[in-house]
Design a protein around this ligand. Structure first.
Ligand code: GLN
Length: 537
């Protein structure tokens, strides 16, 4: 039997309590105490992966090195742990069912009736144990998406119940995250919703081992005791999780509350003297003591929902702390940006980032923003669609190629400066068929990026169908937009720059997926630095 220990994180009362942050914070503490930890997310929806979801539905789609399109919580796991995740770290109900149905078609169930129990639950248990069996981890934390009591979560909860029984004492643990609401009129914190959600979990045969209580106010000892008594957990297993000013404070808050210690005790694992959090705390110190503020505009079409650009926003926090400046990000809806209002909208900014995206809506506004940044020496970072629109803008306004566009926006454009990759032309399925995951890129000497990256060949994560059209490369380069990053295997252009401009960089890949607290992404660090220099001019 494997010696890996399993921790399950469930949620009660409401969604959006921050299970991902609690899981990541606990993992950070366990890692800081010398354990090899990974975190997995089980999502109860039927999509095979979130790749086909509109960001308004479920926030950003996060991409791993192996090209998995995953839940944004995996971004938190990587940012906290500084260890890459993979497809195995995110499983959806759709993927579970697809795999079981494929097995059924291959006749693997030998004439049996295929049922939720045991076939779906066995598949779930197998997916949970893949990471444990790899031998790479001492502890696997599995976060169960949704809220207990949801119909679609039931097979996951049942799988947890079975695994707890199979693994035996001290080999697994259930942490239940709940909400303790404060009723202003009664001036009281209320434990009843928590009691009910613990009871709901018990109806499925699971006794929570640890309660993490989300709250806006301090929980008194008396209240903790009441929760412990009614929910059948030890008093020291009632952990307060009070609102934090930054998610990066949560590991230390959990340390103060003893979440890591109670976890290790219950798993019968040795508790080292003190967790090693020096580099984490160094980051926090820089984050909290900025010497200046810079203002950066985020031009996108999903700006109304914070979670749509989660990794970009977090990367600015990392890049800002590295520069000891506070980055104020102003979200700007590209749909309403035009030639007449762009100067007003971008006034007072020290840099702009033009965000990734799909489809036509808002792209003309993005092109206007690029033009403004290019003409006014405003630091510019274009990511994926943002880079593509920088090429379109240059083609239109500098090369004079009227109607230049990406064929994604205009199939009949006379100047397809961004076009579909050859291998994409015959693809009709939308899910999982883009150019995905980590690809190599050679950095050209004496470029902005060569001063930013320490390596000559980098690997960055991609998620797109359309590409820089090499046919226009000569003309674009001669006119001043240089291709400074090239894929060594395919020759595809991955980075463009304008050397005449103080700081103008467009990248076909997504640097934001690789920025972590302990390893802030160099492009964000460089961009924030350029914005800071702009601010003191
Ligand atoms: N829609 C563009 C493409 O598919 C850009 C994608 C993105 O920004 N992630 O190429």
């Amino acid at each position: 039997m494997s010696t890996t220990k399993y921790i399950f994180v469930t949620g009660g009362v409401t969604s959006s309590l921050g299970k991902g942050i609690i899981a990541a914070s606990l993992a950070k503490l366990l890692q800081a105490r010398g354990y090899r930890v990974t975190i997995q997310k089980l999502d109860p929806y039927i999509n095979i992966d979130p790749g086909t979801l509109n960001p308004y539905e479920h926030g950003e789609c996060y991409v791993t090195n192996d090209g998995a399109e995953t839940d944004l919580d995996l971004g938190h796991y990587e940012r906290f742990l500084n260890v890459p995740t993979s497809q195995a770290n995110n499983v959806t109900t759709g993927r579970i069912y697809q795999s079981v149905i494929d097995k059924e078609r291959r006749g693997e169930f030998l004439g049996k009736t295929v049922q939720v129990i045991p076939h779906i639950t066995n598949e779930i248990k197998e997916r949970i144990q893949i990471l444990g069996k790899s031998g790479d981890y001492d502890i696997v934390i599995t976060e169960i998406g949704g809220t207990v009591g949801d119909i679609e979560s039931l097979p996951y909860i049942e799988s947890v119940r079975q695994m707890k029984w199979e693994l035996g004492e001290h080999n697994s643990l259930v942490i239940h995250l709940t909400l303790i609401p404060y009723l202003a009129a009664a001036k009281e914190l209320k434990t009843k919703p928590t009691q009910h959600s613990v009871k709901t979990l018990m109806e499925s045969g699971i006794q929570a081992d640890v309660l993490v209580c989300r709250t806006e106010h301090q929980l008194s000892d008396e209240l903790k005791l009441k929760l412990a008594l009614f929910c059948n957990v030890e008093k020291e297993a009632v952990i307060q999780s009070i609102d934090a000013s930054t998610i990066y404070d949560v590991p230390n808050m959990m340390l103060d509350e003893g979440l890591d210690v109670i976890t290790l005790k219950k798993l019968d694992l040795p508790i080292a003297e003190a967790p090693k959090l020096e580099s984490w705390n160094g980051f926090l110190k820089r984050l909290k003591n900025p010497k200046a503020t810079v203002h950066i505009g985020l031009i996108g079409k999903y700006v109304e929902l914070q979670d749509s650009y989660k990794s970009i926003l977090e990367s600015f926090i990392h890049g800002g702390a590295m520069n000891e400046v506070k980055v104020e990000v102003k979200p700007i809806q590209s749909e309403y940006l035009n030639n007449a209002n762009v100067a007003e909208e971008l006034k007072g900014l020290n840099g702009i980032i033009v965000a990734p995206g799909f489809g036509k809506r808002g792209v003309e506004g993005k092109i206007e923003a690029v033009r403004y940044a290019r003409e006014n020496g405003l630091p510019f970072l274009g990511i994926c669609l943002g880079m593509q629109m920088a090429v379109v803008e240059y083609a239109r306004n500098i090369l004079g190629l009227e109607g230049a566009n990406s064929t994604e926006m205009d199939e009949n454009t006379p100047h397809p400066v961004i076009s579909l990759m050859a291998e994409q032309k015959n693809i009709t399925n939308k899910g999982g068929t883009m150019r995905l995951g980590a690809w190599k890129c050679d950095i050209q000497e004496s470029s902005i990026v060569s001063g930013i990256y320490s390596e000559k060949t980098i690997e960055e994560r991609h998620r797109h169908r359309y590409e820089y059209n090499d046919h226009y490369r000569d003309a674009l380069e001669k006119a001043g937009m240089k291709a400074t990053g090239i894929n060594p295997d395919t020759g595809l252009v991955e980075i463009v720059e304008i050397p005449e401009h103080p700081w103008f960089v467009g990248v076909q890949y997504h640097p934001e997926y690789r920025s972590t607290v302990e390893s802030p992404h160099p492009l964000f660090v460089g961009f924030v630095k350029a914005a800071y220099e702009h601010s003191i001019k």
